[in-house]
Design a protein around this ligand. Structure first.
Ligand code: SF4
Length: 701
């Protein structure tokens, strides 16, 4: 009998908690918190405690599959890899490299994502590589780069506990990132002022000094309103503005149009509360802004992010401990997948694909590089697949058929595509449309690194060998690349002894990761980028002396309405989000018995006043209809939502919120507007309930 505890990193959210996988005779039998971990310090949320529960699930893919009619047949790895390489080669040769698109994965390691974008760029010859960051924090990457020069969380998670004021907006932190939520609660216990700006009465709101309940989609207005109050009352940090920023004059020109009284009309936030919250934030010795997808998933996502950056700069609440602008990244490695270049506009380390010098650098290193123009985003690639411009998609560990907005449209596109290969651990909704399915190893069966939301790079350790015939992502990508033919540059090979060697290559080509190696991570536990040289201790706080771009740039923006407003036909605003027990498309959490038991099915939150008016009873099944589709689900009558607003979690395929959501995009970051769309609520009549009809007929006969 062999028993081991293997330290690794949680596979769910971007907090990056440390856990120990308990292994007995090659089976993961338990999960325990890592007491030595600097962020989680011996704590895990319910998902972390159950992180190993899906690993041995009978649904795991264990052999490569070919589609045969409406079914799949098992094939050998050789057959599968030959077919994938053969089809990609055929399509590239016939239609050009840009007829192929690749999806990296925010769940996979940095090493696998680096290889995926290298496969796209150096082997296939396209910048068509993207991943689900597009659907969560692309506006953070774009907006913070425009204002600060670097699109990542500015401070570190543990610092939150010492903040004197925390402004949380668009983040249901105690459910989405529970261990960070606990840090915020501890700050509150220590006397910090807590400001929560959220349309829902989330748990943190109950402990907040200010809960400002805005109408969904009106964030620019309330942020401009706070800046208006700060400037009108002389609460700005004049020295910081004078020495560290530029374009300040343009700011007042815009925010002067947002007195709190006007903001109240737009947002519904009482003017006096907005003003009081603005004063508390500006006067605090240290104030941190924490936000998540409630800020980014809008057609104004980038505007929302730059507005928060304006607020931090005008008060000088940045560049010091326990301050800053802190986007909480969703997936365990969405930060890392961006860092290592699984994006269509940048090489690893955010080096622009349109910069000819950068292109030359990678051309010399790999021996091949695509033309200096940005590739397509995930949503664009799916659209282009629908019209035949993208003929092949290679998707690693992502599930666009549940995560894309307006999923009927995504389904039609994937039904039409000439060749779809999906590499995953389960037969996801997307994999069911694939021509070839490649079985991948889970986080427990692979090694490499994840980068947490606070730029913290940490080692992921292999606890057990891959299940069945599944293989590690990085090995599968190498096999496909070698079959396609690899370029001749000094870093052109796809032949590595292990993931440590891949990280050495990343470090050599990615200045912000220049000092990161598996050996150092083993020694130090973690390193936060930028970490440029082998003796660089890393950077817990960004922008301390100067911003990454030199001077911070104010980017004032005016409020714009969401893309879809309510009307007579669709009188409710639908907003979407997470619950504590599930993760994104539910592929793993719904196969974890304890998590599934807690929340086994989808639902929609409806305010009691609306429920009464529509005569909807507790747990009644109802239909939600938007301009794009309809879903049936259960009503949860609760004051967590305001009248006129309904909320659905997005984890449930059978009540998929994204059947309803709007695919309208933010013009800069190309993120869809998941957080606001117009819907109506319909009662389901008795006649429509087939099970009742059957029961009634059975009773009558
Ligand atoms: Fe895992 Fe996130 Fe929970 Fe930590 S907070 S245990 S990383 S899901």
């Amino acid at each position: 009998m062999e028993y081991r505890n293997v330290p690794t990193i949680c596979t769910y959210c971007g907090t990056g908690c440390g856990l120990l996988l308990e292994v007995l005779d090659g089976q993961v039998v338990g999960t325990y918190p890592d007491y030595a971990h600097p962020v989680s310090e011996g704590h895990l949320c319910i998902k972390g405690w159950n992180a190993g529960a899906f690993v041995h699930h009978p649904d795991r893919l264990t052999k490569p599959l070919f589609r045969k009619g409406n079914d799949f047949v098992e094939v050998s790895w050789d057959e599968a890899l030959e077919r994938v390489a053969g089809e990609l080669k055929r399509i590239r040769d016939q239609y050009g490299p840009d007829a192929i698109g690749l999806f990296g994965s925010a769940k996979a390691t940095n090493e696998a994502n680096y290889l995926m974008q290298k496969l796209a760029r150096a082997v296939i010859g396209t910048n068509n590589i993207d991943h689900c960051a597009r659907l969560c924090h692309a506006p953070s990457v774009a907006g913070l780069a425009m204002t600060f020069g670097s699109g990542a969380m500015t401070n570190s998670i543990p610092e939150l506990e010492n903040s004197r004021c925390i402004l949380v907006t668009g983040s249901n932190t105690t459910e989405g990132h529970p261990i960070i939520g606990a840090r915020i609660m501890r700050a509150k216990e220590r006397g910090a002022t807590l400001i929560v700006v959220d349309p829902r009465d989330i748990q943190l709101a109950r402990f907040a000094d200010f809960h400002l309940r805005q109408r969904p989609g009106t964030d620019v207005a309330w942020i401009n309103g706070m800046i208006h109050v700060i400037l009108r009352e002389g609460l700005e940090n004049k020295e910081f503005i004078a020495t560290r920023t530029e374009n300040f004059d343009a700011l007042w020109e815009v925010v002067k149009e947002y007195p709190p009284e006007r903001v109240e009309q737009i947002t519904g936030i009482p003017a006096d509360q907005l003003a009081a919250a603005a004063r508390a934030y500006a006067r605090a010795e240290s104030a941190a802004i924490v936000y998540a997808m409630g800020i980014t998933q809008h057609t104004t996502g980038t505007d929302n992010v730059v507005s928060l950056a304006n607020l931090a700069m005008v008060t000088g609440q940045i560049g010091r401990p326990s301050t800053g602008v802190n986007p909480l990244r969703g997936q365990n490695n969405v930060q890392g997948a961006c860092d290592v270049g699984a994006l269509p506009n940048v090489y690893p380390g955010y080096q622009s694909v349109t910069d000819e010098k950068v292109r030359q650098k990678f051309l010399e290193a790999w021996g091949a590089a695509p033309p200096a123009r940005a590739g397509f985003t995930v949503t664009e690639m799916v659209d282009l697949a629908g019209v035949g411009a993208i003929r092949a998609l290679y998707i690693m560990g992502e599930n666009p058929l549940l995560s894309d907005p307006n999923i009927h449209h995504a389904r039609e596109a994937l039904e039409r595509i000439e060749f779809l290969v999906v590499q995953d651990i389960f037969l996801s909704e997307t994999a069911q449309f694939a021509h070839v399915v490649l079985p991948a190893a889970s986080f427990a069966e692979t090694s490499g690194t994840f980068t947490a939301t606070d730029r913290r790079v940490q080692l992921v350790r292999q606890a057990i060998p891959p299940i069945g015939e599944s293989r590690e992502d990085w090995q599968i990508i190498c096999e496909i690349a070698r079959r396609l033919g690899t370029p001749a540059g000094p870093y052109g090979k796809f032949d590595y002894a292990g993931t440590a060697e891949i990280m050495d290559e990343i470090a050599a080509l990615t200045p912000i990761y220049g000092g990161i190696s598996h050996r150092r991570l083993e020694e130090l536990g973690f390193l936060q980028w930028p970490c440029r040289t082998p003796d660089d201790p890393g950077t817990p706080i960004l922008h301390t002396e100067q911003f990454t771009r030199g001077l911070g740039r104010f980017q004032p923006v005016h409020y714009r309405d969401p893309a879809e407003l309510t009307d007579k036909e669709y009188p409710f605003i639908l907003t979407t989000g997470r619950v504590m027990f599930h993760w994104h498309t539910g592929t793993m959490t719904r196969r974890s018995p304890k998590l599934h038991k807690e929340v086994p099915e989808g639902y929609v939150e409806i305010n009691p006043l609306d429920a009464e008016r529509l005569q909807i009873g507790k747990s009644e099944r109802i239909r939600l209809v938007s301009r794009r589709g309809a879903v049936e689900t259960k009503a949860w009558i609760t004051r967590r939502v305001a009248p006129g607003v309904v909320f659905m979690p997005f984890h449930f395929a059978e009540a998929a919120a994204n059947v309803l959501t709007n695919a309208a995009l933010d013009p800069v970051a190309k993120i869809p507007e998941y957080k606001v769309c117009a819907v109506r609520i319909e009662k389901i009549t008795e006649v429509e309930r087939p099970e009742k009809l059957v029961a009634a007929r059975a009773g009558a006969s």
